[in-house]
Design a binder for this molecule. Structure first.
Ligand SMILES: *Cc1c(COP(=O)(O)O)cnc(C)c1O
Length: 395
């Protein structure tokens, strides 16, 4: 019998590098591979499985809605969709929501909306100012908006109208925003780019700049939103609100569903401006509604804040015992361990051997994004495994 790797090599496009394990089952923070080996999953489907694997909240909503009505299209009304829009609007302070299927698609919607709005302000306004090291998805437009040129360059020609500036540099932003600028688009904390936390004053200063120059502020909360950073939305830590925002990863607890929201100021879409076949279907929105309600009812963001603080404390303590560790950064349960040399891939592999899944977002940074329902015992166990891995890799 050919292995899964051999079968993949024959028929599957190799767009990324696989970790050589075949996961077949999950429950809570744990997953099991085909040989029955157990792992603590601190990657959680890339920060998507927010309530843990096969959470009863997700499974019950999914099965109940699947038996009732799966899909009707946006030609008809749908109750779960409007319930979810009401909840997200209430939680975020925005005024309208639209649902789609992925983070990239949500960001495309944000960009279209900002451009439509900006053209109503100033005829020449279409540029979107974005940050180096940012990540907004893999469509042609979102790779252009992202801050990693190697993701984009092979696919030229790329859409026009994106201006890159260094992240966390308000002076650079001040210079880049002109009368041609439609919007500034940023992550409140850069996830894929390395778990880069901006200075406390940065986002408030960006908000003020956008107000002064009458440009839209788009926040990409695809990774940071839905409790991940110890608030329902990461912008709430900074005490600001965006004009337009996107959500995806944690929104459906592992089921694909995404959203973008706007305030009244930028609500420029009219019938005919945007659409999607699958987006906002009863099945996906019923699941997201159950996940979001659970988060609100249990005050999960506050739990994430407390658990994240404890986890980061424990990781910090590794600094005293291991010269290979140079720092810890993050918010809530979006955390990176910073290493003093480029050994992150080896540390990740050593963790995996010892039953902990994580990934390296930089050659010298390991990211941890466990389910938000992770227990304190599991967090402690993960730190122990990281310590053993460090000892094995760096001595
Ligand atoms: C993952 C991610 C995206 C892309 O989401 P997809 O669902 O893969 O399209 C966009 N923005 C941020 C901040 C992300 O972390």
């Amino acid at each position: 019998m050919p292995s899964i790797a051999e079968r993949e090599a024959a028929v599957f496009m190799r767009t990324g590098v696989r970790v050589p394990i075949n996961l077949v089952r999950g429950e809570g923070t744990r997953v099991w591979d085909e040989d029955g080996k157990e792992y603590l999953d601190f990657l959680a489907g890339i920060a998507t499985v927010s309530l843990g694997h096969s959470s009863p909240v997700v499974v019950d909503a999914l099965t109940q809605q699947a038996r009732t009505l799966i899909h009707v299209s946006n030609i008809f009304y749908s109750v779960p969709q409007i319930d979810l829009a009401e909840l997200l609007v209430e939680q975020s302070g925005m005024s309208q929501a639209f649902f789609c299927n992925s983070g990239a698609e949500a960001n495309e919607g944000c960009i279209k909306l900002a451009r439509k709005w900006a053209r109503q302000q100033r005829d020449e306004a279409y540029e979107i100012v974005v940050a180096d090291g940012g990540f907004h998805g893999r469509t042609l437009t979102t790779i252009t908006a992202s801050g990693t040129p190697k993701y984009a360059e092979p696919f030229a020609p790329l859409p026009e109208g994106f201006v890159h500036v260094p992240y966390n540099d308000i002076e650079a932003l001040r210079e880049a925003v002109t009368s041609r600028t439609a919007a500034v688009m940023l992550e409140p904390l850069q996830g894929e780019g390395g778990v880069n936390v901006p200075d406390d004053g940065y986002l408030p200063a960006v908000r003020r700049l956008c107000d002064e120059r009458n440009v839209a502020l788009i926040l990409d909360e695809v990774q940071t939103g839905m409790g991940r950073c110890g608030r329902m939305f990461a912008f709430q830590r900074a005490g600001i609100t965006p004009d337009i925002m996107s959500l995806a990863k944690g929104l459906g607890g592992g089921v694909p569903v995404a959203a973008f929201l706007t305030n009244d100021r930028c609500a420029a879409f009219e019938p005919g401006d945007h659409g999607t076949t699958f987006g906002g279907q009863p099945l996906a929105t019923a699941v997201a509604l159950a996940v979001a309600r659970y988060m609100v009812d249990e005050d999960l963001p506050a739990q994430v804040e407390a658990k994240g603080a404890r986890f980061m404390d424990r990781l910090h303590s590794l600094e005293d015992r291991h010269a290979a560790v140079s720092g810890v950064r993050g918010q809530g349960l979006l955390v990176a361990l910073e290493l003093s040399s480029d050994i992150a891939a080896d540390v990740v592999a050593a963790c995996r051997e010892r039953g902990l899944l994580a990934n390296n977002v930089r050659p010298n940074a390991v990211r941890f994004v466990p389910p938000l329902t992770v227990s304190e015992a599991e967090l402690d166990q993960a730190v122990e495994i990281v310590e053993q891995a460090l000892a094995a890799v760096a001595g």
